[in-house]
Write a protein that binds this ligand. Structure first.
Ligand code: DAH
Length: 360
């Protein structure tokens, strides 16, 4: 064996030894550069071949090629090994245990006010009403003027309405209502106007939704509350239709034996206007603190749509008449569950709300 043969053999032994323990692809690459790279140790030996005596050169050349082939093969084999080991680790770490019991998903439920609203939707749906929703941010025109509420009407007072501030006026330390009259709607009635403008009679809609007032919060008042508005417009509607429909509604909601009565009322947007009462849900008649000892509870206001309102809705009062009604959902919800304080409904206290998860 020539010394070159000997050194080639050593080179092979060292490289294969190193590769058999190389811990990762970086170590393998470092070896490749050190052995096979331009300045690598095996490359240096190959460069010596031309100076080997001519008769020994073929054998030395064969051995050199053999060693290079072996080292290259061992490098690839070690890389493959490392790769599949890494893959196995990954699979082991990611393993899915199919016998692991599932984690329960928390399923929410409707807020008790929404359950009442759904009941209303269902009842009115069965009467042929569709749902038409209006925006919570309105302007004074939609919320008041279009509904025949004059600028000097008490509900136009700053006290009742939450006004959106004129841009910049708050920052300037002088908050004032927006010049374009933007407000938070104080009732769902503006949706009547929107429904009349959007739909073609005959119209039968309810417009449920959230309303806002600048009210001091106490057990029976809140700055946000829910209403359901109803509107029917056709060529031939009457107060008798309104009366029959509301009586049916009260029976659908509270049962066949429900007592009802109509009283004269006043709303700027209806003429004539009525208040609709049902027999007290707490005492059933004789009178108690909940009904002011009258035996009756007023659940909604209603009436025949005022001609001014029909015109604001783009309809000719000589051709069409209609009736409308509006009621609050919050108090009905309190009565349904015997809840003593409105603030509980909006308090976002899960210990309270979770009592109502028997509903839909
Ligand atoms: N918008 C009235 C309120 O907030 C309720 C109401 C009364 C609506 C009579 C109506 C109606 O549509 O005809 O107090």
């Amino acid at each position: 064996m020539t010394t070159l043969d000997q050194r080639l053999d050593n080179e092979r032994t060292n490289a294969l030894n190193f590769l058999s323990t190389a811990a990762d692809a970086d170590a393998v690459e470092a070896l490749r550069v050190a052995v096979l790279g331009r300045n690598g140790s095996l490359t240096a030996l190959l460069r010596e071949l031309p100076s080997v005596p001519a008769d020994e050169r073929p054998a030395a050349g064969r051995l050199a090629n053999e060693v290079r082939g072996e080292v290259e093969g061992a490098i690839q084999a070690r890389l493959d090994e490392l790769h599949s080991a890494a893959m196995e680790d990954l699979l082991a770490a990611d393993a899915l245990d199919m016998t692991d019991p599932g984690r329960p998903v928390r399923i929410g439920h409707l807020h008790p006010i929404m359950t009442v609203e759904r009941d209303f939707r269902e009842i009115f749906h069965s009467f042929g009403f569709e749902v038409f929703e209006g925006p919570e941010i309105e302007t004074e025109w939609w919320n008041f003027e279009a509904l025949n509420i004059a600028p000097d009407h008490p509900s136009r007072d700053l006290w009742d309405t939450l006004y959106v501030a004129e841009p910049g006026s708050v920052e300037a330390g002088e908050p004032r209502p927006a010049e374009d009259g933007t407000i938070l709607r104080t009732h769902t009635s503006p949706a009547q106007i929107r429904a009349m403008q959007a739909l073609t009679p005959p119209i039968r809609v309810i417009t449920p939704g959230r309303c806002y007032r600048n009210d001091a919060v106490d057990a029976s008042h809140n700055f946000e509350f829910f209403q359901v508005e109803g509107l029917v417009v056709d060529r031939d509607t009457s107060l008798a239709d309104l009366k029959g429909m509301l009586e049916e509604f009260a029976r659908a909601l509270y049962g066949e034996g429900t007592r009802t009565r109509f009283r004269p009322g006043y709303y700027p947007f209806t003429e004539p206007s009525v208040a609709f009462d049902i027999g007290c849900l707490v005492c059933g008649g004789p009178g108690c603190p909940a009904c002011g000892r009258s035996g009756w509870m007023t659940i909604l206001g209603a009436g025949m749509v005022h001609p001014v309102v029909l015109r604001a809705g783009g309809l000719d009062p000589d051709e069409f008449q209609g009736y409308a009604f509006g009621m609050g959902l919050d108090r009905i919800t309190l009565l349904r569950h015997g809840i003593p304080d409105l603030r509980l409904l909006m308090g976002a206290d899960l210990r309270f709300l979770e009592q109502f998860n028997g509903g839909r």
